[in-house]
Design a protein around this ligand. Sequence first.
Ligand code: NAI
Ligand code: COI
Ligand code: MG
Length: 354
Amino acid sequence: MKTYKIAVLKGDGIGPEIVDEAIKVLDAVAEKEGINFEFNEYLIGGSAVDVFDNPCPDETIKGCLNSDAILFGSIGGPKWDKLPKEKRPESGLLKLRKSLGLFANIRPAIIFDELVNASTLKPEVIKGVDLTVVRELTGGIYFGEPRYKDDNKAYNTMIYTREEIEKIAHVAFKEASKRNKKVTSVDKANVLEVSELWREVVEEVAKNYPDVELEHMYVDNAAMQLIRDPKQFDVILTGNIFGDILSDEASMIVGSIGLLPSASIGGKVGLFEPIHGSAPDIAGQGIANPIATILSASMMLDYLDEKKAADRIKKSIKKVLADGYRTKDLSSFDAKEIVTTSEMGSLIAENASN
Ligand SMILES: NC(=O)C1=CN([C@@H]2O[C@H](COP(=O)(O)OP(=O)(O)OC[C@H]3O[C@@H](n4cnc5c(N)ncnc54)[C@H](O)[C@@H]3O)[C@@H](O)[C@H]2O)C=CC1
Ligand SMILES: CC(C)CC(=O)C(=O)O
Ligand SMILES: [Mg+2]
């Protein structure tokens, strides 16, 4: 029986609650598909600061590198917000991504037919939405030097090299080649030099993919177009900060931020995490939606080439939604019964075992 070593980084806030549900579902699927998981937990974020005074300990990085894949929850919270920058949970996550070389973050936003009424947008606008944000993850303004802050002045630097843009552009074009063959590259080239270079390099990379249509869009327009007509997008290629923002926006097109998974790839080991954060406002209440994390586990199975197991999870989620079960974030939409985080995980696990 094939055994996969999975590094589990639950993190802070709702992280442990949602990751526990993903593990429940993975265990159910493993039994059915004749595979095995060895889960090894490591600390990250605020929970690592509390124990090691370090938001991304070396032991965590080593554990990740010694695994087949990483399942990640979320980090951060008010408890750690006043710490010096390098001790903050967010710095730990950035360090983890950089140390593991995870330069590409794939964030699919796919509407479940069962949730077309779950949006504030009209059903005809969102039915059939299937887009993917390909976000550069280890460069741009989140990492750029110099950075500085005193009481009267502060700045950050948005920097991209030709090599970084080429790498992420290839990921986006390859993704589009497998999908509907369109890349929308999102930038702010009317104002930013870094975006001018981004455009030039993306145009060059596009020549390697003659079957894929390329369009450019300014980020402000893209934010509007996502709401006006999300079905015009196939693959959105963009930098770190724009991708961060646009993917949170895309989550509301499909119904809730609790639904969007992601895969961070490019290094030796892939990392799979929901796009949302640690949601301190709802942590510990049993109301977080675990589906984004469970879908991230499904992306992890795809990455491990366990396609049948990955599909089994997706089908199970669809069935549970079709049966009318909803967590609180989706409670006003065709809900037959409102369930807790743990009940939602159990329902998906049960269906995945059938
Ligand atoms: N990858 C990560 O670990 C990320 C961590 N963060 C951190 O998370 C903390 C909170 O940040 P926020 O800006 O509040 O963003 P957030 O994504 O944690 O929460 C935003 C809103 O969405 C809701 N929400 C999030 N996930 C949900 C789920 N699964 N089910 C139902 N509702 C959900 C929250 O209750 C909140 O109202 C901060 O410390 C931030 O730095 C933020 C984004 C990503
Ligand atoms: C917390 C940040 C470091 C990143 C973020 O918001 C994200 O990756 O979605
Ligand atoms: Mg974010």
